[in-house]
Design a protein around this ligand. Sequence first.
Ligand code: PRP
Length: 186
Amino acid sequence: MAVDFENDIEKILIMPDELKTLAENLGRRISEDYRDDGELLVVCILKGSLLFTAELLKNITIPVKLDTMCVSSYGAGTVSSGNINIKKDLDTKQIKGMNVLLVEDIVDSGNTIKRTKELLMERGPKSVRVCSMLDKPERRQVQMNPEYVGKKIPDVFVVGYGLDFDENYRNLPYVGVLKPEVYQLV
Ligand code: PRP
């Protein structure tokens, strides 16, 4: 079925201005928290957090290094499983002694980021923390509380600003609620 931005979105949940403000506030907090605390490696968890990571980085005012990881537990559907698949690992060979900040677009069941954090902890970093643009606490299946959260949202299916459904809608400049009939058709 063809994607129709105008008709597929039920309502806009977070406007572009608010997304910008979220990133500014988180960037300020992160800069304060990690100041004079050694090396900080910011890890963009692909692909959903691409846009948010870019906006966040512009608001971090201390030196950082940037890396990416691609981990996934979702197929075309909307439910996460407990297992993750590492599609692309960090380029940084050695994270021993570094502060690592994992940047996510959304924490839902918590499975993806919990497993990713555990994997990286085994490599001996100084710390691994999580910064997520969105948090859906109602959906949590495992103990996982991101240290930095842009906004808590209810249990609705959101797309846009990096978030997809079946690889579509990532380029919307806002976060919107997808009409149930769109994902129920797949
Ligand atoms: C989404 C999202 C998180 C994860 C959240 O990624 O970006 O990584 O699912 O779900 P969870 O808390 O229930 O594990 P996805 O695997 O869809 O990949 P994407 O970022 O490329 O869209």
